[in-house]
Design a binder for this molecule. Structure first.
Ligand SMILES: Cc1cc2nc3c(=O)[nH]c(=O)nc-3n(C[C@H](O)[C@H](O)[C@H](O)COP(=O)(O)O)c2cc1C
Length: 344
């Protein structure tokens, strides 16, 4: 059964809402899927994602997102964008990359970064730490799309009202700054008023979880933690080894580090002599100097609840190949699922 319902009247296509029928294949999400082997977006991660990660993701057949704040200077950002676009173009995937911008009012480099994006023209810009308004007109002017990263229903509605082209729903269990909603409830409720593209994040770390995200009504899986330890990221080997050792109970959620709820590796908190009696206190929110000295993220290492999926240090291509293989093998499970419903 088709999950989307389109009526064509002349040149206009009109989407219908029907109870229980979700459109999970809008024209925009299918155009963003072009060239992808799986509907996976390698999520942007502060001090982790490198141009190499984004290039490797594009080459492996998923969509990598470069967080502009990871470039220490604007000259570094320009060089990084040049490499990403150039190297992917060499393999016929010049469009298969995306950008993450911080729109928080305390972040001062926004305008200069937008000028560079106007030159390099990513097809997708994902806004974080605020509403998409600051980015919308400028990205639309060069033909790009804007997805907005949200963790609450209020922000999801505001982003759509402001004109966002898509939503990134960060549910509970995500690495770095996390949401607290169950993905079951979050996607369902947003689908009640939005039938455009939805990207779902939060502990999606294997092929079954990607499939489950699509079943819930999302169009893409947003995967961060699964890729932190890859050889293409900027992290130290000590961080990589800590990820391999960690499992669910090694993930600690606290506002104490950056002022907003985020998931961290317990072992790194211990190594940084974090005072665990302060776990319930909120730190100060300030994104003004993320390109400079940001001790929080340098010494205390983030990871989400899907961390146990990291059992070895691999390349992006190895992980994507494994996800593709595992996804293809889900057929057996699908047959078991098809046993339901039964007549009682
Ligand atoms: C260490 C770390 C740093 C992150 N930094 C950013 C960031 O700079 N910008 C952003 O939009 N999201 C950031 N995220 C969140 C991811 O983009 C994404 O929402 C999350 O990784 C998805 O959940 P998962 O880690 O369980 O896959 C970060 C995540 C991690 C683990």
């Amino acid at each position: 059964m088709s999950t989307s319902h389109w009526i064509s009247s002349g040149n206009d296509e009109m989407r219908l809402h029907e109870p229980g029928v979700m459109n999970t294949s809008s024209a925009l999400s299918s155009s963003l899927s072009d060239g992808l082997r799986l509907p996976v977006i390698v999520a942007p991660m502060f001090l982790i994602s490198s141009p190499d990660l984004v290039i490797a993701a594009g080459k492996a057949g998923v969509l990598g997102v470069y967080p502009v704040a990871n470039a220490r200077t604007l000259a570094d950002l320009e060089a990084g964008l040049q490499r990403i676009k150039g190297e992917l173009a060499l393999v016929g995937r010049g469009n298969q990359w995306a950008i993450n911008v911080i729109v928080h009012p305390t972040y001062t480099r926004f305008d200069a970064e937008m000028e560079l994006l106007e030159r390099f023209q990513p097809r997708l810009v994902i806004t974080a730490l605020g509403g998409p308004q600051r980015a919308l007109a400028r990205v639309h002017a060069f033909g790009g799309k804007v997805f907005c990263d949200v963790i609450t229903m209020v922000h999801a509605r505001k982003a759509i009202d402001a004109g966002a082209d898509g939503l990134v729903l960060v549910a509970t269990g995500a690495g770095g700054h996390t949401g607290s909603y169950s993905p079951f409830a979050f996607v369902e409720e947003v689908r009640g008023f939005w039938d455009g593209p939805i990207v779902l994040g939060g502990a999606i770390s294997n092929a079954r979880a990607i499939r489950a995200a699509l079943m819930l009504g999302a169009d893409f899986a947003y995967m961060g933690t699964r890729f932190i330890g890859t050889r293409e990221t900027l992290v130290s080997d000590a961080y990589r080894q800590m990820l391999v050792r960690a499992s669910l109970s090694d993930i600690v959620m606290t506002k104490a580090i950056t002022g907003v709820s985020a998931n961290w590796l317990r072992e790194s908190l211990e190594a940084a002599n974090f005072d665990f009696t302060k776990l319930d206190m909120a730190g100060k929110i300030d994104f003004s100097n993320v390109n400079g000295d940001s001790k929080a993220w340098k010494n205390i290492w983030g990871a989400g609840q899907g961390v146990a999926s990291i059992t070895a240090i691999e390349t992006v291509a190895q992980i994507v190949d494994a996800l593709v293989r595992d996804y293809a093998a889900l057929g057996a499970r699908e047959q078991q699922l098809a046993a339901w419903p039964r007549s009682a």
